[in-house]
Design a protein around this ligand. Structure first.
Ligand code: RP5
Length: 179
């Protein structure tokens, strides 16, 4: 039997799939991968197990339903879904699973990603998708960490450390400017 959730591409040591993933990182096409990889890298950084694969709302609708239905029973806690164009993927996943869904609008070639942004952010009443900025896989990863951190003091500490690092980076630049 083929494993629908086989990682893509194969593991390079630190990432792409773990035995017990907490976060599902999915995208409509392999062309979305460059935008979604930063989300995976954030999860690597916080040592959060995740899986990464392609689920297309339009081209693989049955796979979408099966993925979303099985997500919670399989132990996922958060889903990050990226898509471009008429980006139904995050909204459809959120319609099927009760897990929190983070949508990443992917910038396509014609409308600069505004089409994806509107498709994802303008979810009708009842089915929320937490939408990050266009092409901002990093923020999707960070939001997933924050959702998991709500019940995990160690992750809160790790996120505080991340914020302190950002602050130090900016303050370092301020010091350089006034030197
Ligand atoms: C969407 O269509 C995908 O999420 C992707 O952003 C876009 C283009 O897909 P490809 O034609 O590159 O496969 O479904």
């Amino acid at each position: 039997e083929t494993n629908l959730y086989a990682p893509l591409p194969p593991s390079r040591g630190s990432g792409f799939s773990n035995a017990y993933p907490l976060v599902g990182v999915i995208m409509g096409s392999d062309s979305d991968l460059p935008v979604m990889l930063p989300a995976a890298r954030i999860l690597d950084q916080f040592e959060i197990p995740y899986e990464l694969t392609i689920v297309s709302a339009h081209r693989t609708p049955d796979r979408l339903v099966e993925y979303a239905r099985s997500a919670s029973p399989r132990g996922l806690r958060v889903i990050i879904a990226g898509a471009g164009g008429a980006a139904h993927l995050p909204g459809m996943v959120a319609a099927i699973t009760a897990l929190p869904v983070i949508g990443v609008p992917v910038k396509g070639s014609s409308l600069d990603g505004v089409d994806s942004l509107h498709s994802i952010v303008q979810m009708p009443r009842g089915i929320p998708v937490a939408t990050v900025a266009i092409n901002n896989g990093t923020n999707a990863g960070l939001l997933a960490v924050r959702i998991l951190a709500a019940g995990n003091p160690l992750l809160i500490e790790a996120m505080d450390g991340y914020l302190k690092k950002l602050e130090a980076e900016v303050l370092g630049k301020v010091d350089k400017l006034v030197e």
